[in-house]
Design a protein around this ligand. Structure first.
Ligand code: ZN
Ligand code: ZN
Length: 248
């Protein structure tokens, strides 16, 4: 825990902010975005990478931590009961310090070096099994939020993952209706059903049978599930969820 607190403090120092800017502008002069030690070009030194909070052991399908009674099993009890649309999740880190701060700095403060540092080390940490999917589909953002933020973190993550794995990005097919907001007055079940209506697949060309949906953070899993059902209805047979972090 002390290591995590030290890491969080370092993430907010002026020197680190400067390095993060330099890393973004000139990736060759790469230093660890957490401790400033030199790295091997991925934005994180070995020590900081291995110190990040890992999801293992977790459910193969939803990446939630397995409880003591579930250890040794591949799936959590929830997934055995509810049969979610994804077959597999590759989400290496827990959404905890310092991963949460790094993702927030990237999404809300435009510190790309911190998002890039996680994305460039994702493949090694996520241990993606063969066969690889045929396409990466970035989770669509609400159009208004996209205008406000000026970039889509999931589109950027998909590009980073594509470079690492060689799997092409299929952008623009999975879309989100503008202005959709979950209604607080609805029950959890109704909200889940309603959320399915927020997404649609554009165009008539069939989607590849095996795809990975790319998200930055999976929180309750309800949004990823809604997108997953949408992709399944459009012909996807095998669905993976690739993300940086999972809220435990
Ligand atoms: Zn470091
Ligand atoms: Zn599960």
């Amino acid at each position: 825990m002390e290591t995590m607190i030290r890491m969080a403090e370092r993430l907010s120092t002026g020197a680190t902010r400067l390095v993060n800017r330099v890393n973004t502008a000139r990736p060759r002069l790469s230093r660890c975005v957490i401790c400033l030690a030199s790295d091997q070009g991925g934005g994180l030194c070995r020590t900081c990478l291995l110190d990040l909070p890992h999801t293992d052991p977790c459910c193969r399908r939803c990446a939630l931590p397995l409880s003591i009674g579930e250890r040794g099993a591949q799936l959590c009890r929830q997934c055995e009961r509810t049969d979610p649309p994804q077959d597999l999740s590759r989400i290496p880190w827990r959404y905890e310090c310092p991963v949460d701060r790094m993702i927030q700095n990237y999404k809300y403060h435009g510190t790309r070096a911190q998002g890039a540092a996680l994305a460039r080390n994702w493949l090694e940490a996520a241990d993606v099994p063969e066969p690889l999917p045929r396409a990466l589909i970035p989770a669509p953002m609400d159009p208004q939020r996209l205008r406000e933020r000026g970039f889509s973190q999931t589109a950027e993550l998909a590009d980073w993952f594509a470079r690492a794995t060689g799997v092409p990005v299929l952008a623009g097919r999975l879309q989100r209706h503008a202005g959709y907001r979950a209604q607080a007055s609805l029950s959890r079940g109704e909200r889940r059903r309603n959320l399915v209506e927020a997404f649609f697949v554009s165009g008539s060309a069939p989607l590849p049978e095996h795809v990975a949906l790319v998200e930055d953070v999976v929180t309750t899993g309800a949004t990823a599930e809604a997108m997953g059902h949408c992709l399944r209805r459009a012909g996807v047979q095998r669905l993976e969820v690739w993300a940086l972090a999972r809220t435990p």
